[in-house]
Design a protein around this ligand. Sequence first.
Ligand code: TRP
Length: 431
Amino acid sequence: MKTLRVLTGITTSGTPHLGNYVGAVRPTVRASRQPEVDSFYFLADYHALIKVGDPARVQRSTLEIAATWLACGLDPEAVTFYRQSDIPEIPELTWLLTCVTGKGMLNRAHAYKASVDKNTASGEDPDAGVTAGLFMYPVLMAADILMFNAHRVPVGRDQIQHIEMARDIAASFNHLYGEHFTLPEAAIEAHVATLPGLDGRKMSKSYDNTIPLFTPREQLRKLIMGIVTDSRLPGEPKDTDGSALFQLYQAFASAEETAGLAQAYASGIAWGEAKQLLFERIDQEIAPMRAAYEELMQNPAQIERTLQRGAEKARSVATPFTRQLRHAVGLRALDTLAAAAPAPKSAKIMAPSFKQYRQSDGLFYFKLVDGGGQLLLQSEGFTSPKEAGQAITRLQSQGTAALDAPGPRLNLIASATELSTALAQLSGQGS
Ligand code: TRP
């Protein structure tokens, strides 16, 4: 039963490297195989626009990252795998969230603050070169997460603050408009945020010390031979502590293999030999995926189709949920007011609404209440919010006929006529 919703994105701003693989791709592909996990993985291409101004690079990186995820074993049938910019509801939600987000909170975001501090230190205007996109980054990210009511968000340490902000934003919205959003939690892979690069610092595009994940075998060998070591000679014992080579090995090897290398360090293995071991160990894991990757890269049209199917799946959640959120904040058609009694005290009590929620049994429920708060219909538990959302969509398109659809029962509390009236009112609001 899928009770845990896990969501993460990768910004499409560069070529995936070993750090991305160990830190993000490998753990998320593994997590997606757990039967209780409902996975949402996406290509964060709107986020890429914040730092990349080169259209060809954004497109190329989107292809590379999609091919990487697929080559590493992500099953697009078993998960929801999509491109952020195929979901127009996300920028729409970004605006709804922007309006409940404190500017002061965004002022404190690390990435924005780092730019401001750097400007200040160099005597520039504090906001020189800072776009509003950079400033708004955390809100767009909150929309990514909250749109799908993710429980858990696997990220690197540098992203923890963004998840906390998403929680704060969700809580503000819920407080103002009712319980619409699940509060997400960051999930951190303990050892991976620190995968070292060629120079021993954290592997990162910004240090120019990365090993591209699917670089050809011979190139991989060359790069690994260039990893920085100390000057100890063959035969001299070597320190595993602070050895980038050792840490890289550890990220790929079993505990026994790692212990074996530690032993070899102690007995004075030559650096060249240790590098050769590391190279073979990494290549052993990567080689089959590299072949799949190269084939996928020859077939962008196939990847595009996969993403389009993923977008359809994602929107089967996002579209009805956005309809619900628009209604919640008061973006409503006016004819429901005209149909109502004169001079209503508050628009809030006029319109019926769907409410989706999760109970302690882990299942996802919804109910339909009328403008006066009377319960009209109560669902039984669905295993995923997606299925609950689909049942709502069916009700909206088929009316009472949808009551007989297979799946968890929809218990009609009111009369069929009252239900039809409420659904008609809802559809009159449009979306
Ligand atoms: N900001 C993340 C990163 O750099 C990418 C990202 C965008 C993301 N939206 C997200 C991650 C939502 C998790 C959830 O690397």
